[in-house]
Design a protein around this ligand. Structure first.
Ligand code: NAP
Length: 250
């Protein structure tokens, strides 16, 4: 199967991973709509994507944390090109675990954005893809959602919620001809992880984008780990017995 999506919406389009994907799709001549909260940055990214070959780049400045109702936005997106081939959710923030343990308000805001708002957006998108009867609904989760760890279990819990919803949506939408793709990156060198010390398992955003674009083109559904070596690592972490897991710090 060789599917080249032509009408693509990127949520959290200022994300380094989303931008790297958009560059690849722009080079294939796709029409792109960028959704994000920072209008000036969206404009700069759009200008670059036009130079790279995008047939059209549209912008929707919207704070994806601020609303539980995405109906108006999705109405506009669906009517712009009379349907969507691919929606990619890339928004997210790395929850400061220590701060969340001290400040319930902060924890609540972060969970509302990383879990609640993403799930509500997915639900509305899923209904529209189901009615359309084709397309691909993709979202970036994380290996952090595979097993909660002491240092980032709230971020992990939000990504686990996303993964569970994507699994259910895959089963719901497959009979309707819609593909659902859950993307689980490992450690990626982006602004989100700017303060982290980098090691051998780290990759740049374009490496992850390559895997995402390829999976979409091949018509994949289900879960992809990116880079692929994270699949056995995640499996091993999940398989660790509790007595050993409690002693480890990683
Ligand atoms: N980097 C990694 O190691 C890694 C690993 C696994 C999974 N991921 C996931 O990959 C996705 C993309 O992340 P990235 O690494 O490309 O990071 P990034 O460049 O920091 O992008 C994060 C995106 O989320 C948006 N965002 C953050 N907080 C927001 C808020 N409160 N309201 C609305 N939008 C907000 C940002 O918008 P602004 O530009 O306006 O801030 C940006 O578009 C995220 O879902 C992340 O959880 C990343």
């Amino acid at each position: 199967m060789d599917l080249k999506p032509q009408r693509i919406v990127l949520f959290g389009a200022t994300s380094a991973i989303a931008e790297a994907c958009a560059r690849r799709w722009a080079a294939e001549g796709a029409r792109l709509c960028l959704v994000g909260r920072d209008a000036a940055r969206l404009e700069r990214i759009a200008a670059d994507l036009r130079l790279r070959g995008a047939t059209e780049v549209a912008l929707e400045a919207q704070d994806l944390a601020a609303s539980a109702d995405f109906g108006d936005l999705l109405d506009r997106l669906w009517s712009r090109w009379d349907g969507i081939d691919l929606a990619l959710l890339a928004q997210g923030s790395l929850i400061d675990q220590a701060r969340a343990e001290r400040e319930p308000d902060y924890a609540g805001r972060e969970l509302a954005f990383n879990a609640g708002a993403c799930l509500l957006l997915l639900l509305d998108l899923a209904n529209r893809f189901a009615a359309q009867g084709e397309g691909c609904l993709a979202a970036i989760g994380s290996v952090a959602g595979d097993r909660g760890r002491a240092g980032n279990y709230l971020y992990g819990a939000a990504k686990a919620a996303l993964a569970t919803a994507m699994s259910g949506l895959e089963q719901r939408l497959a009979p309707r001809g819609v593909r659902v793709l859950a993307i689980k990156p490992g450690w990626v060198d982006t602004p989100m992880t700017a303060d982290f010390a980098k090691g051998a398992l780290w990759v740049g955003p374009d490496r992850v984008a390559r895997d995402i674009v390829r999976a979409v083109r091949r018509g994949r559904s289900g879960v992809i780990y990116t880079p692929a070596f994270w699949r056995p690592i995640a499996w091993a972490v999940r398989a660790l017995p509790g007595w050993l897991f409690r002693r480890l710090r990683f």
